[in-house]
Each structure stands twice: as C-alpha cells, then as structure tokens.
Design a protein around this ligand. Structure first.
Ligand code: ES4
Ligand code: ZN
Length: 359
C-alpha cells in the first residue's frame, strides 16, 4: 500500500534533491494554456474549443496516437518569441522541481517543414536558456533530434541546415537524438547520418526499446554508437543485452508517466524501473513530454516511490544517476555530486537512519 501519510514529506525531500533531467522534448512541455495563447497571438486555428477540450483529447492508446496531437500542437510555434516563451515556461517549472541541469531535445523538422527557419528555433530556445543559466544557475544543453518516420536524407539535410549555426550555439548544442514513431523505423535507417554526427564530435542518444523491440536498443548501440538510450525499458526482454547495459553502465532515460500514458505498460505497478535499478542498470527518471503525460520530473519520482516501492535511498540513487548520465564535464558533475551528498546529510532519513557503529 502506498504510504500516503508520508508522501508530502517525501515530495518535499525529492523536490529539493539536486537532479538532472535528460529526457525532455521541449515541444512536449507546451501546456494547453500557452498553446492557446500562442495560437491567438499567431492567428492559428486550433481544432478545440477550449483548454479543457484539448486536455480531454489527451487520451492515448499508442505512441502514434500521441505523436499526431503533439505534432499538431507544435503548429502554434511560429516566432522566436514563441520558442523563447515555451522554453522559459519549462525552465521555471523545472526550477520548482530542483532540476539543476537539463538536456533538452527538440525536433527542428517539425518546424522547418512548416516554413519556420532553423535560426528562429535555435534563437528562441537559446535566449531563454542563456538567461536562465545566468539568473537561476540552471545549466542546459540542446539535443537536436531527427524524426525517424522521415528519411535519412531528410535527417542529413536537417543536419546540414543546422551546422552553420553550430559555432553561434556551441555553448548549448552538444548532441544529436532520434525520436518519433519507433516501430518500422529501426536505428539502422540512420547509420550514415549518425556516423557523420559522431565524426563532427556530437554526443549521441536515441529513443529505443520504448515500443520497439530490444533489438532496436542493441542496434542503437552498435549501428548508431549512441552513449545513452532514451526509454530502453524493453531491454529487459533480452538477457544478453540487459547484462551489457549493466556491465557497460549504459544509461537509460526512463519516463514512467510516458510509458503509462502511451500504454507501453498497463498500470504503474507494472513498470520495470525498480527491477532495472536493483539489477544495477544506470537508470534515470525523466518526464519526456510533461504537458501531455500529466506530470513533471518530481511527479515521476514520487509515482515510482508510491507504486514501485522505491526507497528514499533509491530516489537519491536516481538523482545521482541523472548527474552521472549527463553530458556535463567531470568537474561540474562532481560539484553536483557534492551538493547532493550534502543535501542528503542535512536531511537524514528519520524512518531508516543510516546504521551507526562499525557494523
Ligand atoms: C516522444 Cl514519448 C516519445 N517517443 C518518441 N518520440 C517522441 N517525441 C516526443 N515524444
Ligand atoms: Zn522521448
């Protein structure tokens, strides 16, 4: 039974736990209220009468049923200011959740296909992120993600369109990702463009093993040479692969609410995060598309505590993993590890105090 009486105290503890968010699609942070505001500002018609009507439409039965709404929703993003406002709204919310560093994925093809310039997308996000870095001290990186339902040639053209901006945004744009509909779009389809990105010195990630099979996780590692797997929950279906993830400490950016809302799992108690973590997988917890899936990163941590029985110590391990699995340089990771240890030491677990004495 979830211990609801202790939940407020646990939530307070988790909110102030220094953590990184490593799996966040900025377009998936666009809350219905802001979507309506941007639609009005830009004279874009939304096929919903109200914010409530839109929220009611957020009932998904698969990844694709979500993606259809998500791409349609992104249609309100037109100007530099729109990208800025969306990013700023997410960062303000992330601050409340104790996020000290975030690695943000964005889908330029969703925007350039509508006639929005690549520069507009970068400029709006970067203005917000740089402001937040200096005002709130939250660091951030950008991961340009290719849409896997489109061709590799389209991904290559998108990369070429973005490369002239690399110098201008080198403080932020450090990585390349792969997202959108997984089934029928295996990693191998993007082997050449990922090889080029690796040669260019980008950090590489890919969604794999979300709806797709464990084979796609192995292919993402072998054919795309990614350093981190987004989701990866279906890796459990392949014992050899699972052992490899453990041995090589390959991080998984797990998103429990996403898996639930997209019916990758039937109910939260069925999620395998606790099992993965206890086997020694470098698992992290993230929000994916928080505006669509009903919760931000702390909500995801708390749901895992409640439904999977994660201990307070395991929640601390998740926060530790999020720093370890980030693309931050070692010195910055160490600063966050120290802050984390200090926070835990200052907030002893009254229910399960660390054992004193020698044994
Ligand atoms: C996504 Cl949950 C998920 N999976 C794949 N691609 C995505 N893009 C945005 N959210
Ligand atoms: Zn995702």
């Amino acid at each position: 039974m979830p211990d609801t009486a202790l939940q407020p105290a646990l939530r307070t503890f988790v909110r102030s736990l220094p953590k990184a968010e490593l799996h966040l699609h900025i377009e998936g942070s666009l809350e219905p209220e802001l979507m309506f505001e941007l639609a009005r500002r830009n004279g874009v018609d939304l096929p919903y009468a109200s914010v409530d009507a839109l929220r009611l439409a957020y009932a998904f039965d698969s990844l694709q049923s979500f993606l259809d709404l998500y791409y349609a929703g992104a249609g309100v993003l037109i100007t530099e200011r729109d990208f800025h406002d969306m990013t700023m709204a997410y960062m303000n919310r992330a601050k409340e959740d104790g996020v000290v560093h975030v690695e943000i994925m964005f889908d330029p093809q969703t925007h350039t296909a509508r006639g929005v310039a690549m520069e507009t997308v970068f400029a709006g996000m970067a203005r917000a992120l740089r402001k937040v870095r200096s005002s709130m001290g939250i660091t951030s990186y950008l991961i340009l993600s290719f849409l896997r339902h489109l061709t590799e040639a389209d991904a290559m053209a998108t990369l070429e369109a973005a490369l002239p901006l690399r110098e201008q945004y080198k403080d932020l744009w450090i990585g390349i990702g792969l997202d959108s509909g997984e089934r029928g779009n295996p990693p191998g389809k993007f082997a050449r463009v990922f090889a080029r990105c690796k040669a260019l010195g980008f950090r590489l990630v890919a969604h794999a093993g979300e709806e797709g099979p464990a084979d796609y996780v192995r292919d993402a590692l072998d054919l795309l040479q990614v350093e981190r797997i987004d989701h990866g929950v279906r890796s459990e279906e392949d014992a050899l692969l699972l052992q490899r993830l453990i041995d090589q400490q390959i991080p998984l950016t797990v998103c429990p609410f996403s898996n639930l809302k997209l019916q990758v799992i039937k109910s939260m108690p069925q999620h395998n995060l606790a099992r993965l973590l206890r086997l020694g997988v470098m698992a992290t917890v993230n929000s994916d598309d928080p505006a669509y899936f009903g919760g931000y990163v702390v909500d995801n941590y708390i749901a895992c505590a409640e439904h999977l029985g994660l201990t307070r110590h395991e929640l601390v391990v998740l926060a530790q993993n999020s720093i370890a699995a980030s693309f931050l340089p070692p010195e910055q990771k160490n600063e966050h590890f120290q802050a984390l240890s200090a926070y835990v030491a200052e907030n002893p677990d009254k229910k399960n105090p660390p054992r004193g004495g020698f044994f």
